[in-house]
Write a protein that binds this ligand. Structure first.
Ligand SMILES: NC(=O)c1ccc[n+]([C@@H]2O[C@H](COP(=O)([O-])OP(=O)(O)OC[C@H]3O[C@@H](n4cnc5c(N)ncnc54)[C@H](OP(=O)(O)O)[C@@H]3O)[C@@H](O)[C@H]2O)c1
Length: 277
C-alpha cells in the first residue's frame, strides 16, 4: 500500500504525499518560515512521501519556490512534483505562461503532474486542454489532471483530449467530507483516474478524534494515521496531508506500510458516515 499506480500510466507514486498550502504564505508571499518549510519537505522526501503537491496560487508562488529549494538537493527523478494552474489563467496562452513561470520557481525542467486547479466556466475548457497537451508535447509536463472537477466536467475535459488522458482528480476527501463517494470516486475508480485526497486530516482536526484514537490503539497507531490509512486503503486513492512539523511528517509517513482490518474500516465508515455523507 506504500505506492500506487498513477491513473493507468504504469508510473508508481507514494500513497501519501505532501501538501504545501500555506507553507510559504496563504494567498500572499510569507518568507518567515522558509528554513522550517525546506527542512520539512526534505524530511518528508526522506520518509518516502516524495510526491509534493503545490500550486502557482500558494503563497503567490512562494510555495513553488520552497519546493524548488527543497528538492534541488535530490536527484530530480526521486521527487514527483505536482503543480496547478489558477482558474483565471485557463486561456491557452495563459496556461503556457503560467507553467513556464512555475518551472522557473520550481527550478526544474519539468512538472510531473500539472492540474487545472478548479474549473472556470467563463473560459472554454477546450482551450485549456489544448494548452495542457502542448505542455506535454514540449516535455514541460509529464501528466495532466484536474482538481475540483465533477463527473460532467471530467467527461468534458476528456472529450477534448487527443494523445493524453486525465490521470488525477484532486478533490477534498476525508472522513469528515465524503461527498466524492457519491459520483466522483466511483467514476474515477472505474476509469482508472487517481483520486488525490486533499485536506485529508480535516485541517488536523481528525488527529484529535477519540473514536479514531481508540481504533488506533489496537494497532499502536495514532488517530491521524488511522484517518489516512482508511483513505489509502481505497483503490486508486492517495492522500496529500500538509505538515510543517517534523513530528507530524513522521506520523503521516507512518500511515503507510500497514492495514486496518476490514471490520475496523467498516466501523470507521459507519461511524463517520453520520457526518461525512
Ligand atoms: N486542489 C485544491 O483546491 C486544494 C484545496 C485545499 C488543499 N489542497 C492541497 O492539499 C493539501 C492538504 O490539505 P490542507 O493543508 O488543507 O489540510 P490537511 O492536510 O488536512 O491539514 C493540515 C493541517 O494539519 C496539521 N497536521 C498535519 N499532520 C498532522 C498530524 N499527523 N497530526 C496532527 N496535525 C497534523 C498541519 O499542521 P503543521 O503544518 O503545523 O504540521 C496543518 O495544520 C494542501 O496543503 C494542498 O497542497 C488542495
Amino acid at each position: 500500500m506504500n505506492s500506487k499506480e498513477l491513473g493507468a500510466t504504469g508510473v508508481r507514486v507514494p500513497a501519501i504525499g505532501m501538501g504545501t498550502w500555506a507553507i510559504g504564505g496563504y494567498s500572499s508571499r510569507d518568507t518567515t518560515h522558509d528554513s522550517e518549510a525546506i527542512r520539512a519537505l526534505r524530511r518528508g522526501i526522506e520518509l518516502g512521501m516524495y510526491l509534493i503537491d503545490t500550486a502557482e496560487m500558494y503563497g503567490a508562488g512562494h510555495a513553488e519556490e520552497l519546493v524548488g529549494e527543497a528538492t534541488k538537493s535530490f536527484p530530480r527523478e526521486q521527487v514527483f512534483i505536482v503543480s496547478k494552474v489558477l482558474p483565471e489563467n485557463l486561456h491557452y496562452a495563459d496556461v503556457i505562461k503560467a507553467a513556464e513561470k512555475s518551472l522557473k520557481r520550481l527550478q526544474t525542467d519539468w512538472i510531473d503532474l500539472y492540474l487545472i486547479h478548479s474549473p472556470n466556466p467563463r473560459i472554454p475548457l477546450t482551450e485549456t486542454v489544448a494548452a495542457m497537451e502542448e505542455l506535454v508535447e514540449r516535455d514541460l509536463v509529464r501528466f495532466i489532471g484536474v482538481s475540483n472537477f465533477d463527473v460532467d466536467q471530467m467527461e468534458e475535459a476528456r472529450s477534448y483530449l487527443g494523445e493524453n488522458d486525465i490521470v488525477v482528480n484532486q478533490v477534498e476527501y476525508s472522513l469528515l467530507d465524503r461527498s466524492v463517494e457519491k459520483d466522483v470516486l466511483p467514476y474515477c475508480t472505474q476509469q482508472q483516474i487517481t483520486v488525490m485526497a486533499y485536506t485529508p486530516l480535516a485541517h488536523g482536526g481528525l488527529s484529535r478524534n477519540q473514536f479514531l484514537q481508540e481504533i488506533g490503539a489496537k494497532y499502536q497507531r495514532t488517530a491521524a494515521q488511522v484517518a489516512l490509512n482508511w483513505l489509502i486503503a481505497k483503490q486508486g486513492v492517495i492522500a496529500i496531508p500538509k505538515a510543517i512539523r517534523i513530528e507530524h511528517l513522521e506520523e503521516n509517513a507512518g500511515a503507510m506500510g500497514w492495514s486496518l482490518a476490514e471490520d475496523d474500516r467498516e466501523r470507521i465508515s459507519s461511524y463517520f458516515g453520520r457526518f461525512g455523507l
